[in-house]
Ligand binder design. Structure first.
Ligand code: 5GP
Ligand code: ZN
Length: 115
């Protein structure tokens, strides 16, 4: 299997896991673009938002709820945070396994384009 995020899900590659359940894994981004940068991913391999099907709607909702809970846990919700899906190469998607970026923890001005 070539997909690095599938390897992280299967614990074949190390990562700093901050949340895990049956369908979702959240771990720290290896190259953070914000003081707090967590990737929330589906354990099932889905390439991107482009491949989502109607039956994935609960999964997507749950990804966002996990992000919200992580924002509370790290207290970045007090100032504010960004949630982002990059979709496709042209938008900067480097890893073709669905992931939601949670970015925050700034103390002063908030960068407008930080991914
Ligand atoms: P994308 O550009 O695809 O939306 O975001 C991919 C993200 O995954 C990047 O922010 C990158 O730093 C992160 N990333 C890439 N490879 C690894 C890895 O092996 N481990 C972790 N923890 N993050 C990774
Ligand atoms: Zn994958």
């Amino acid at each position: 299997m070539e997909c690095i995020f599938c390897k992280i899900v299967n614990k074949e590659l190390p990562s700093e896991i901050v949340y895990e359940d049956d369908e979702i894994l959240a771990f720290k981004d290896i190259n953070p673009k914000a003081p707090v940068h967590v990737l929330i991913i589906s354990k099932k391999h889905i390439g991107s938002v482009n491949e989502l099907k109607k039956e994935d709607k609960d999964l997507i909702g749950n990804l966002i709820l996990v992000a919200k809970n992580m924002a509370e846990k790290t207290e970045i919700n007090k100032i504010g945070y960004k949630l982002c899906f990059n979709v496709g190469k042209g938008a900067g998607q480097m890893v073709n396994h669905l992931h939601l970026h949670l970015l925050g923890g700034w103390t002063e001005s908030v960068p407008k384009h930080n991914i």
